[in-house]
Design a protein around this ligand. Structure first.
Ligand SMILES: Nc1ncnc2c1ncn2[C@@H]1O[C@H](COP(=O)(O)OP(=O)(O)O)[C@@H](O)[C@H]1O
Ligand SMILES: [Mg+2]
Length: 242
């Protein structure tokens, strides 16, 4: 049997921040690899370093030491223009706070990464994919709505469609249901897992909710900037958990 390709490799990752005269060590040496197609939950209490780790994994931030490889490319010390290119074609990101552009419609928000990474790509194909993704998350009748006209759950569903528009091999989500009530949160998570399965994506989900983590193939737990446990688990399907 051939091993699945490694999509994410983290090697002795450190992140320290200068706070006045003091240096605060946020991540203190983290190493792991994630094979293609795996769904990993990252857990840990507030302040344990989850968001810092995810930001480094996605190339949104630079480590103090150590290295991140995405799909074989070392990203940590690339110049910003090269990093932006690799990030654009490799990672879709979902934030807790949706982060939609308020002056763009739902459809335009989903198309934005496509247009920023155009490189002569077919605008019509992008439009069709954006519409299909928005339909997939139940928003076919909200294409021309602006974020302010959408509920929190609807905004996060637009953000899900946006994360998948470029067919990234990896999607990362930081507490994607953290601003939503239980019902809307469950719906958004189910849509995320559904898209993930259909698209064959590798998924890293940061959550402090054990119920959400139980859907994952593997759970990595952080405490004070270190991995304190990293275990494979039998993933529960969200429909089974209800
Ligand atoms: N820019 C920063 N300056 C100072 N401290 C920070 C900064 N970013 C994060 N931290 C600290 O690092 C720790 C980990 O933060 P974070 O990664 O946001 O944790 P989590 O997402 O698990 O709640 C926290 O103690 C936080 O206060
Ligand atoms: Mg966080």
């Amino acid at each position: 049997m051939t091993e699945a390709a490694t999509m994410i490799a983290v090697e002795n990752l450190h992140k320290s921040i200068r706070n006045g005269t003091r240096t605060v060590d946020i991540l203190k040496g983290i190493s792991f690899t994630v094979p293609r197609g795996q769904f990993v939950a990252v857990m840990g209490s507030s302040g344990s370093g989850k968001s810092t780790l995810l930001g480094l994994l996605a190339g949104l931030d630079t480590p103090s030491a150590g290295d991140v490889r995405l799909n074989g490319t070392a990203i940590s010390y690339l110049p910003e223009d090269q990093l932006a290119k690799v990030r654009g074609r490799t990672v879709g990101f979902v934030f807790q706070s949706y982060q939609l552009v308020p002056t763009l419609t739902a459809l335009e928000n989903v198309l934005l990464p496509y247009e920023l990474n155009a490189n002569g790509s077919d605008g019509k194909a992008g439009m069709e994919r954006a519409r299909a993704l928005l339909t997939n998350v139940g928003l076919s009748d909200r294409l021309d709505h602006y974020p302010v006209q959408l509920s929190g759950g609807e905004q996060q569903r637009v953000a899900l469609a946006r994360a998948f528009i470029l067919r990234p091999p990896i999607v990362m989500a930081d507490e994607p249901t953290g601003n939503l009530d239980t019902t809307n949160g469950a719906h958004v998570l189910e849509l995320l897992l559904n898209l993930n399965r259909v698209e064959g994506t590798t998924l890293v989900l940061v959550t402090h909710d054990p119920a959400l983590a139980s859907y994952a193939d593997r759970c990595i737990v952080l405490r004070d900037g270190l991995v304190i446990s990293d275990e494979h688990q039998q993933a529960v399907h969200p429909a089974m958990a209800r």
